[in-house]
Design a protein around this ligand. Structure first.
Ligand code: GLN
Length: 543
């Protein structure tokens, strides 16, 4: 079958969960045996989200091939298991920088460079690039219809509908039906307006996915169908759910996959296998216990800032049949108060990735408590670096030690990495160079030490994990660390870069330089999270 393209736009308000909707639709098509790929077109001017504050934009999701992308790509991977690539996320900024670079090179041969056709051509090229035998490409357009920024993307997908033909393209529009209590009904007018707005740029929605807090009755669907020029059966309810992993099953129950297949003239008799999603839903609903994990972080006011981490911890819970409660703690509180006051009833402490000084001393204090009180501890990226500094300061006794990211110390236990090897070639970085796209990014192999706990956890000697950092633990302090009870148990295959530390004298104390949370899936929980939650369960039985 030739590749079909489903374009997903959003209307009425932002934050309707277009990413989840796209990921869930892909998951049910996959459950019908189709090969899917998900893409996101982001209308902002940043070349990628790598330089954006997590407060503004949430987590930066990193792909195996080293792209810093929108967090929706995390949903895509978690719902389909398909590894996202650089070619799955583009921004207006990247499109324009490519078009402008071409213009400077003279590639347009003297033409006046314009949004249509040059920018729209670049967008279309992107949508069609790097595909092989996918049955469906689901392409989410960021933002809300009507935004000035998204116009070129909408124009490009409109053109694609024409060029590829309507038998290969479908426009899905996600809207909201607000419930007005005084009227006692769901209101359809905002949806009508949004569909009209889309029509204004030449796109007639083929299917409406309507977010609603209650059942949409036939008369309401009929009204929407009539005013929006969509067949009634293609007005699909996206009812609120209390657990995101229910969404594929709920969409299926509303007939979403069948309607999409019918639109494309695809036979649906082969059926759908949603057992993986039903199993997860069962686990969410029937935990046999619960544990509480404290996350001592910096961006704790915005949960999206640690999206993948949040999900990976839940996945670890699924594997252990427990519910994982997360206690978000701004690490700054530990700078003025005793960390222990906040850690009552906590079965595990996690210090996540981070940048910059704020809250750092608090993180180090939280790690000290975890180490001394033998509370399971998981340090991720910055968290691992802080765990090493904690040991050097408090056990080795080098009080004036830290990371050169944070200041100038007598002992820079963590230092800037200016040169490293990727796939046989040396990558270099300069101290005052650009910030965007210059970190050690993407998947790197790591070799685990025989006899270590992590080797046992992974059950493998070679692993591959995703990175996003500039600084590295300085191995000149390795002997001191060993003496202080901390071992480097994972390294880059050439033995140069330390990737994992652990403490054999502690029930569970692991620090990793990479971001394991990016690879965890609900149906394939990451081994480190499974093991960490298992340790937290054991700890909960002790208290
Ligand atoms: N700021 C640290 C570094 O650049 C850690 C980054 C992270 O936690 N992702 O090395």
């Amino acid at each position: 079958m030739s590749t079909k393209f489903i374009f997903i736009t959003g209307g009425v308000v932002s934050s309707l969960g277009k990413g989840l909707a796209s990921a869930s639709l892909a998951a049910i098509l996959q459950a019908r045996g189709f090969k899917v790929r998900l893409r996101k077109l982001d209308p902002y001017l940043n070349v990628d989200p790598g330089t954006m504050s997590p407060y503004q934009h949430g987590e930066v999701y990193v792909t195996d091939d080293g792209a810093e992308t929108d967090l929706d790509l995390g949903h895509y991977e978690r719902f389909t298991g398909v590894s996202a690539r650089k070619s799955d996320n583009v921004t207006t900024g990247r499109i324009y920088s490519e078009v402008l670079a071409k213009e400077r090179r003279g590639d347009y041969l003297g033409a006046t460079v314009q949004v249509i056709p040059h920018v729209t051509d670049a967008i279309k090229e992107f949508v069609l690039s790097d595909l092989t035998d996918e049955d469906f490409v689901l392409c989410e357009i960021g933002g809300t219809v009507g935004d000035i920024e998204s116009q070129p993307f909408l124009e490009a997908i409109r053109q694609l509908g024409n060029e590829l033909g309507r038998s290969r393209t479908m426009y899905v529009h996600l809207t909201l039906l607000p419930y007005i209590p005084t009227a006692g009904e769901l209101k359809t007018k905002p949806t009508q307006h949004s569909v009209k707005e889309l029509l204004g740029v030449g796109i007639q929605a083929d299917l409406l996915l309507c977010r609603a807090s209650r059942h949409i009755d036939d008369s309401e669907r009929k009204k929407i169908a009539l005013f929006c020029n969509v067949p009634q059966e293609r007005v699909v309810a996206a009812l609120d759910v209390d657990n995101i992993y229910q969404v594929p099953v709920v969409y299926h129950e509303q007939g979403m996959d069948v309607e999409v297949c019918k639109y494309f003239g695809i036979d649906t008799k082969d059926g759908v296998d949603l057992s993986r999603w039903k199993e997860i839903d069962h686990k969410v609903r029937n935990p046999e216990g619960e544990v509480t994990i404290a996350i001592a972080g910096k961006y704790v006011q915005l949960l999206d800032a640690y999206k993948s981490l949040n999900e990976a911890l839940r996945h670890g819970g699924f594997a252990n049949n427990v519910k994982v409660n997360i206690k978000w703690l701004d690490s700054e509180v530990f700078e003025t108060e005793e960390a222990i006051n906040y850690l009552d009833g906590v079965n595990g402490i996690l210090v996540p990735g981070g940048f910059g000084n704020r809250g750092t001393e608090g993180k180090i204090k939280a790690i000290q408590v975890a180490r001394e009180k033998k509370i399971p501890f998981f340090g991720i990226c910055f968290g691992m670096q802080m765990a090493v500094i904690e040991t050097i300061r408090n056990i080795v006794g080098y009080k004036n030690s830290g990371s050169s990211e944070l200041g100038d110390y007598e002992h820079n236990v963590v230092g800037l990495m200016t040169e490293w090897v990727k796939e046989g070639s040396t990558l270099k970085r300069y101290k005052d160079g650009d910030l965007g796209g210059t970190m050690r990014l993407g998947a790197y192999d790591c070799k685990l030490l025989e006899g270590s706990k992590v080797k046992n956890i992974y059950g493998n000697e070679m692993i591959s994990e995703r990175h996003r950092h500039r600084y590295e633990v300085n191995t000149s302090y390795e002997a001191a660390l060993n003496k202080a009870g901390m071992n480097i148990v994972g390294r880059s295959p050439d033995g140069v870069l330390p990737e994992i530390v652990e403490r054999p004298d502690h029930p569970w104390f692991v620090g990793v330089q990479f971001h394991p949370e990016l690879k965890s899936k609900p149906f394939e929980p990451h081994p480190l999270f499974v093991s960490f939650i298992e340790a937290a369960v054991k700890q909960s039985r002790l208290v």
